[in-house]
Design a binder for this molecule. Structure first.
Ligand SMILES: *[C@@H]1O[C@H](CO)[C@@H](O)[C@H](O)[C@H]1NC(C)=O
Ligand SMILES: *[C@@H]1O[C@H](CO)[C@@H](O)[C@H](O)[C@H]1NC(C)=O
Ligand SMILES: *[C@@H]1O[C@H](CO)[C@@H](O)[C@H](O)[C@H]1NC(C)=O
Ligand SMILES: *[C@@H]1O[C@H](CO)[C@@H](O)[C@H](O)[C@H]1NC(C)=O
Ligand SMILES: *[C@@H]1O[C@H](CO)[C@@H](O)[C@H](O)[C@H]1NC(C)=O
Ligand SMILES: *[C@@H]1O[C@H](CO)[C@@H](O)[C@H](O)[C@H]1NC(C)=O
Length: 496
């Protein structure tokens, strides 16, 4: 429960000196809001730029999905609290070998904590490994990997400073009655969940849960939209005297009941991911994202918990920055979860409670490519047989997730759609001349083709290391399932 103490004072404006003392002493209070920092982008911002962005916005906690040394080096001496991650793909080797776990801890934990002064507080073992759509792939390896990592942490003498956890999706619990009080762990993993929860409890690790009201709305057209937000406008649900007017509270408390029912009612809970995307779906837009994230932030800043857990929420927004190389298997919105665009520009006003400002501030010293776009040439004909395969190729190897019904570029005409696809390909390929050579169809322009909310973006420069080597990931063709390519294709040409 350590992480839940002291928050009542943290945000009392009249007690600023206490706030200062608490922040300095790091005395176990909830340190404001955290953010998820992922790197699945074709052109990630330099880690040092991102760390400065965090500091400029008063963000004191960050959750990572791996333990890349470039990221951790940038966090050195930053006073920012870090949760490092172990990808699911590593779970089987860590489960099979104590030595592998010790190597991981030595390389990715001990060295950064001691020599590098990175304030690592948590290790996230796996990322939603028990998700039901994984069909049990990580069922046998998650807990053994957790045990081996914990033993290695103890052996390294870091167990008082660093706690283990497993970020889980809210699909690990359910409620037969559809009320929070009916909460229990999913029946197919019930025993495993109890072992995990006991282990976390014994070792002082928190239960980390990812909650997505957006997905509730996305998956169920009958979902009452106001219930996704925090304005209290929806008709409330009464659960034995506890009143729920938003799905987050109900979902979180379903977990509290599940824990309580199984004898772990005091286990601390971290919300590992929560947020709202801004594009790629009819319900993904700046207006809803601001409404959701600001509503959630107001709760965090006020130290207001849920009906079952009144203490302050300990949470990490998903996410900090858009990632244009994420798989779009879950949906086109997947590349648009950032509070900031790919280049560190804020998308909307947001008060994170840490500074006195209602606005988040942009990344500094961002280096863009030239003001140049690749578009469909006016001489080219929509009937040219090369158009369809060209657009299909561009979209499969770049990012067309802002095209589609209800998205930011959903109102473009046919030529606009084609230009958007060409430009995305051209920018993602660093404005190489060879990336604007769609046969007799494309042309370069210095005129910004953006219209209204539909931005034809200019890419940022790839990073170079001190040796001059490019560190931008080599561009891999995005893992688009074929049916999706066909889908994008059909969408683009539906009215032609
Ligand atoms: C350390 O973490 C990185 C990034 O997640 C990973 O690639 C590497 O294999 C890890 N090192 C060891 C020794 O496990
Ligand atoms: C899980 O099983 C379903 C149904 O058999 C299948 O469609 C899906 O591809 C599987 N997913 C994974 C990650 O194996
Ligand atoms: C997990 O272990 C069980 C029992 O040993 C086995 O039947 C199952 O195939 C294993 N699952 C995976 C994904 O390895
Ligand atoms: C849970 O916390 C409460 C309040 O701090 C305490 O009274 C109770 O004994 C704890 N229960 C368990 C099982 O630890
Ligand atoms: C442009 O693309 C959008 C999204 O794919 C689609 O809804 C629209 O119908 C297209 N417009 C034309 C004229 O092809
Ligand atoms: C482009 O157009 C020219 C003349 O209109 C034609 O000769 C040439 O074959 C075309 N090139 C391609 C790649 O289609």
């Amino acid at each position: 429960m350590e992480a839940l103490k002291g928050g009542d004072y943290t945000y009392n404006g009249g007690l600023m000196f206490i706030v200062g003392l608490m922040l300095l002493s790091c005395g176990g209070g909830v340190k404001g809001i955290g953010v998820n920092w992922g790197n699945q982008a074709t052109h990630p911002l330099p880690a040092s730029t991102v760390v400065r962005l965090l500091r400029d916005n008063g963000i004191q906690k960050v959750k990572l999905f791996d333990a890349e040394s470039a990221t951790l080096n940038a966090l050195s001496n930053s006073q920012i609290e870090v949760m490092v991650g172990i990808p699911n793909e590593m779970l089987s080797s860590l489960a099979a070998s104590v030595q592998a776990a010790e190597n991981w801890v030595a390389k990715n934990l001990s060295s950064h904590v001691s020599a590098n002064d990175v304030d690592i507080k948590f290790v996230a073992v796996g990322n939603e490994p028990l998700l039901s759509t994984y069909n049990g792939t990580f069922l046998n390896t998650t807990l053994p990997a957790l045990l081996n990592i914990q033993s290695a942490i103890i052996k390294a003498g870091l167990d008082t400073q660093v706690k283990v956890t497993i970020p889980l999706n809210a699909d690990v619990y359910e409620s037969a009655s559809n009320l929070p009080s009916g909460g229990d762990f999913r029946s197919d993993i019930h025993d495993l969940m109890l072992e995990i929860v006991k282990f976390l409890s014994d070792n002082g690790g928190p239960f980390t849960i990812n909650v997505y009201p957006f997905i509730s709305l996305h998956d169920d057209p009958n979902f009452p939209i106001d219930y996704a937000f925090f304005d209290g406008n929806s008709s409330p649900i009464n659960d034995g005297g506890r009143v729920y007017d938003n799905v987050f509270d109900a979902n979180f408390d379903t977990l509290v009941w599940a824990l309580q029912k199984n004898g772990y009612g005091n286990l601390s809970i971290i919300v590992g991911e929560i947020g709202w995307p801004t594009d790629g779906d009819i319900n993904a837009n700046v207006k809803y994202a601001q409404r959701f994230n600001q509503g959630f932030m107001s709760r965090v800043t006020a130290g207001q918990g849920t009906p079952m857990r009144s203490g302050p929420l300990d949470a990490y927004l998903f996410s900090l920055i858009d990632e244009d190389a994420k798989s779009i298997q879950p949906g086109n919105f997947e590349r648009h979860w950032g509070v900031f665009y790919f280049d560190g520009q804020p998308k909307y006003e947001l008060n994170l409670g840490a500074t006195n400002s209602n606005s988040i501030v942009a990344a500094r010293d961002v280096h863009y490519l030239a003001q140049r776009w690749c578009v469909m040439s006016s001489a080219a004909s929509l009937d040219d047989p090369e158009v369809a395969p060209s657009v299909s190729y561009a979209c499969a190897n770049a990012d067309c997730t802002s095209l589609g019904y209800g998205t930011s570029c959903g109102n473009l005409d046919a030529r606009g759609n084609i230009s958007y696809a060409f430009n995305s390909y051209y920018q993602i390929h660093d404005q190489l001349d060879s990336a604007c050579k769609f046969p007799n169809l494309s042309v370069l322009t210095n005129q910004n083709p953006s219209v209204g909310d539909c931005q034809f973006r200019i890419m940022i420069q790839s990073q170079t290391t001190s040796t001059g080597a490019r560190v931008t990931r080599t561009f891999r063709p995005l893992e688009l399932p074929m049916d999706l390519v066909v889908f994008v294709f059909m969408f683009l040409f539906s009215v032609m």
